[in-house]
Design a protein around this ligand. Structure first.
Ligand code: SF4
Length: 241
């Protein structure tokens, strides 16, 4: 049975958000969370994930979904190397803090694990909050405005109206097969995005609207793995290690 190792994986854990940033590349928030039955179906064909991002929407609103993903991974012995979460930091629920600590303990490497509290020029307008907070004490990385200068914005969702926002592109996947088991395909150089509906998408910066145009397959299909591999073979380049 074929299995995947994915170097860059993103889970869209919710489309809810508690603020409304002008630069939000997702567009209008939606009242929908990830159905964790999608995770179980996806993990059936996964051997390992390297860098795992929990995205949204605002991930701090659904710590129990992040927790479920980590627990399903544990049950199926699927290791993570690093994790990454970006949050607007408005809600600092104890459960969110706890899940960050558990993720840290679950990851094998943590060399590049990070929690980013967005305090860039756009978020500052909407996320005024008292400091210091528990999250400020625990946070691994805080990001100031450098990521969000106008040229850094991607012309998706609400950010489309920024004149200097750049066009988004799909990644070119690179792949190779495990030395000892050629049923294991290792996919790198492509961010694999699993959205709340179970769609697998190439790239993590699409708006909710654009995601429909960039869907590779949906993990509720019996043959999602076959369709995913077909996509990688057709659009990717094989590495020879
Ligand atoms: S950028 Fe993040 S915090 Fe701001 S509206 Fe979009 S999802 Fe919410």
């Amino acid at each position: 049975m074929k299995k995947l190792v994915i170097r860059q994986m993103v889970f869209e854990v919710t489309r809810k958000c508690n603020v409304k940033c002008k630069h939000c590349l997702r567009g209008k928030a939606e009242a929908v969370d990830m159905d964790t039955s999608h995770i179980a179906k996806f993990f059936k064909r996964v051997n390992a994930l390297s860098d795992v991002t929990f995205s949204g929407g605002e991930p701090s609103l659904v710590p129990y979904i992040i927790d479920n993903i980590m627990h399903i991974a544990k049950e199926k012995s699927i290791p993570f190397d690093n994790f990454y979460i970006a949050t607007n930091g408005v809600k600092q629920l104890p459960d969110f803090i706890r899940v960050i600590m558990e993720l840290y303990l679950y990851c094998d490497s943590n060399e590049i694990s990070a929690v980013k509290v967005s305090r860039d020029q756009y978020h500052r307008e909407v996320t005024a909050r008292p400091k210091p907070s528990l999250l400020d004490i625990l946070v691994i990385t805080q990001e100031e405005s450098s990521d969000y200068h106008p040229e850094g914005l991607i012309a998706e969702g609400r950010a489309k109206k920024f004149p200097r926002a750049r066009e988004n592109r799909e990644d070119t996947p690179r792949y190779y097969y495990d030395d000892e088991n050629d049923d294991i395909m290792i996919v790198e150089e492509m961010t694999v995005y699993l959205n709340v509906h179970g769609d697998l998408i190439n790239g993590c910066d699409w708006s909710y609207e654009s995601q429909k145009d960039h869907m590779i397959t949906n993990v509720t299909k019996d043959n999602w793995m076959g369709e995913f591999i077909e996509y990688v073979l057709e659009h990717g380049e094989q590495e020879n290690y």
